[in-house]
Every structure is written in C-alpha cells, then in structure tokens.
Design a protein around this ligand. Structure first.
Ligand code: AMP
Ligand code: GLY
Length: 426
C-alpha cells in the first residue's frame, strides 16, 4: 500500500513515520527528514509534485489550508480514498462563526459568543462591554493561530476589535469577528478519528501555545506537547466524545456533511466540566508528534477505514497506546512567531537522533546547494522522547534538544513540567 501525506511540517513527518510502519509513504512537499527506508522495510520519500499528481492508495491531508480550499473534494472527485474532510466540513476551522453556530445548534457546551462584521462596530463594542470576566476577540477567518486575543482589559479588547474589523490587523480574515466570554481552566487536546458516524479518540495530549516559558509572549502554532495527561482519565474522554464530538458530527450529518478525517477538539477543563474552545479539522501540531509515537496498533488501517467510511472495518478496532509517556519539544527560529529569521545552519541531529527513545521530526528545514541542513521556517524541529513516565521522557527530550544547535534557537524549558509539579515530589 502507498500513502500520500500532504504537508511539510513535523506533524507530517510524524504521520509519515507512523504510517511507514505498515505502508510506503510519499509526502508532498514533505521535508528533508522524510527520506529513506524505515525499520519496517517501507520507504518514506518527499516529492515536489502536487498531491493531484501523486499516485497513491490513500491520501492523508495534514494542514487546514488545503482542506478549507477543497483538496479532499478534488481528490475524491477522482475516486481517491482521502483522510480529511471536504471544504464543507473544513469550514468548522475555516470560520469561527460557523464553528460557534454548529456548536450552539448541537447543544455543545462552549463560551457565550456573538459575531459581528465591519459595519457593526457599535453593536460589537456593546456586546464586549456587557461580558463578565475576561474578553476574547477572534478573527472569523484563518490567521495561522494568531488571530485570537484573550485579555482582562476592556480597552485592549476594544482596540483589538476595532483593528480587526477595520481590516488593518488581519486583512479580510478579521473583517468579521467572534467575541466570546473567557473560560477558565486547563486546556486539553483530544484528537478523534471519525468516518462521519463513529468516533475513535486517540490518547489525550496537552499543548503549549505561547512562545515563552511560563506561558509568556505571543501565541504560536505550538511549542511543545506531552501525552498522556495525568489528570485526564477514560471517563473524561468518554464524556467529551458523548457531549461534544458526537453531537457535533450529528449536526454536520443533518447538514449533509460527510466528515471523514480527524476532528480535533480543543477543550477547556472548567469547574463546570469540559467546554469546547474550538474544533480543528486536522491532526494537531505538535500534539501528533507526542501521540503517534505511543500508538502500538496500526495507524494506516485506522485512517484507511475512516477514509472508506467504515471505521468498524479497521481490523485493529480500538487503537492501542503504550503505557510509555511522550514529551515533544519544539525548536523554533529566532524571531518566531512574529518575524522568524531563517537560513541558520542546523547541527547535532545525528547525535540527538541516536539517543534511546528519541525521534527528531523536521518542520522548517531545507538542504542547501552544498547539502547542509538549514532552517527554513518558524518551527524548525520537534524532538520527541519516549520514557517510562513523564519525568523520564522529559529528561530525554531535553537531553536530545541540548545536542541540537542553530543560531538563535528558541526552546521552552517548561514543557511537561506542570504535571510533574502537580504530582508532587518523587
Ligand atoms: P483558538 O484559535 O480558538 O483555539 O484560540 C487560541 C487560544 O486562545 C486557545 O488555545 C485558548 O488558549 C485561547 N482561547 C480561545 N478562546 C477562549 C475562550 N473563550 N476562553 C479562554 N481562552 C480562549
Ligand atoms: N497545536 C495546536 C494546533 O495544532 O492547532
């Protein structure tokens, strides 16, 4: 079997590596890490050819932009098996207003909200001023994870609202906004595989969104992750599936949307139970890099069954995860996320990659004319380590990261620290 993975980040490298345990992989455009023969005997390669020109038995689409743009529809129109929703389902991530409309119709617990467009500044200000607690102002359209302001300061929220609606801060994506009340609690990412009917949750993960240790500085695509999450048990996962994921899929089915792919629930664990922050329509990055290395059962057959509309057909049934913990630490370019500076020479990967239980996934890397590895994007690498528990995995991940070097490398030093402190000494 040959699987085409669409995308070029560490998420796609991790997907290629996990699929490569049971199938040949061609990634488009891929990255320099996606290259070679795996211990399984399968091959993993990158190609500059567009997905429509790659022949494969299954297509797995990584990023949201091509999904929102209808790539899955175009491939399905050619009779291809695709893991990833069509443009109709991808609108859940492409429009925050649509997401909130679906969540409200489905009765899913989420933050109180309203949506406004550029002609409605007065009404938007009034709604904002009427909220209790903190304020959240989001661009309706995609903004690479950077279109959300969360603040306790009404003046700051109002200024942000005005800039978004005027189109000065986020262009067209911000000319419609969603305003929400702020929810309080710990965040959780639950990645669910679905064929539109059945839901198979993967192991829960925790993501770190801010650039700086201690959750300081601006939001990024994600600076690290860990799995499992000690505070989250099967009962909690079950209640998220029952109360949030399944009602949403039922609502989509009523709208005629056949959603086959990954539905990623971004959740706030509030005092009154889990509430939905947002859905993403694809695997999380870097959650995938922490979750897939723990997967013991076959990913390829699971994704193929979802793409075929029959998750019951997946011979493996419920995915099996190892008891090991995984910690993923992202190494980002200087200036990321505001203005990343690229072109730096990357060193130490061979040393990091030979450490036991360590996987180095490439994100923004490229080979220069002389064959040297250089940085080419905001997030450059994601280093995952497996260990008997979170403390062991964390120690190995940071040992591996310390072997890697490029100029101005930014790394958070507190990935997976919080759950260890919460568990107490020892
Ligand atoms: P989103 O792009 O909707 O996931 O928002 C990005 C981040 O903003 C989330 O991961 C949360 O940290 C935060 N956020 C979004 N909406 C809310 C909310 N209603 N209350 C508190 N934090 C939020
Ligand atoms: N890690 C957050 C995301 O994938 O959107």
């Amino acid at each position: 079997m040959k699987v085409c993975v669409v995308g070029s980040g560490a998420r796609e490298h991790a997907l290629s590596w996990a699929i490569g345990r049971s199938a040949d992989v061609v990634a488009t455009p891929g990255n320099p890490g996606i290259d070679g023969r795996l211990p399984s005997g399968h091959t993993m390669a990158s190609t500059p050819a567009p997905p429509e020109e790659v022949e494969a038995d299954l297509y797995v689409i990584g990023p949201e932009a091509p999904l929102v743009d209808g790539l899955a529809d175009r491939l399905r129109a050619r009779g291809k098996a695709v893991f990833g929703p069509g443009a109709d389902g991808a609108a859940l991530e492409g429009s925050k207003r649509y997401l909130k409309q679906v969540a409200t119709r489905a009765g899913v617990p989420t933050a109180r909200w309203a949506s406004f467009s550029s002609g409605e500044l007065a009404q938007a200000r009034a709604f904002l001023a009427g909220l209790e607690g903190g304020y959240v102002v989001k661009t309706d359209g995609l903004a690479a994870g950077k279109g959300v302001l969360v603040t306790a300061d009404l003046d700051e929220a109002t200024a942000d609202l005005e800039a978004k609606l005027a189109g000065t801060s986020f262009g067209e994506a911000g000319r419609r906004v969603v305003i929400e009340e702020q929810m309080l609690g710990a965040e959780l990412s639950l990645l669910c595989v679905t064929d539109g009917q059945r839901v198979v949750p993967l192991a829960p993960a925790q993501d770190y969104k801010r650039i700086g240790s201690g959750d300081m500085g601006p939001n990024t695509g994600g600076m690290g992750a860990y799995s499992p999450v000690p505070a989250v048990d099967d009962a909690l996962v079950g209640s998220v599936v029952d109360r949030i994921v399944e009602p949403t899929l039922a609502c989509l089915r009523r709208d005629g949307v056949d959603y086959r792919g990954l539905l990623y629930a971004g959740l706030m664990l509030t005092a009154s139970g889990p509430r939905l922050i947002e859905f993403n329509v694809r695997f999380g990055d870097p959650e995938t890099e922490a979750v897939l290395p723990r997967l013991e059962s076959d990913l390829t057959s699971l994704l193929a069954a979802a793409a075929g509309g029959d998750l019951g057909a997946s011979g493996e049934g419920t995915p099996r995860f190892s008891a090991a913990a995984a910690v993923s630490v992202v190494a980002a370019a200087p200036g990321y996320p505001l203005a990343p500076r690229t072109g730096g020479l990357v060193r130490g990967l061979a040393e990091a990659g030979t450490l036991e239980g360590v996987l180095v996934f490439h994100a923004g890397t490229t080979l220069d004319g002389a064959g040297a590895l250089r940085t080419s994007g905001g997030r450059v690498l994601c280093v995952t380590a497996l260990g008997d528990d979170l403390a062991a995995a964390r120690a190995s991940a940071y040992r591996a990261v310390s072997a890697v070097h490029f100029e101005g490398m930014q790394v958070r030093d507190d990935i997976a620290l919080r759950p260890l402190l919460a568990l107490g000494p020892g």
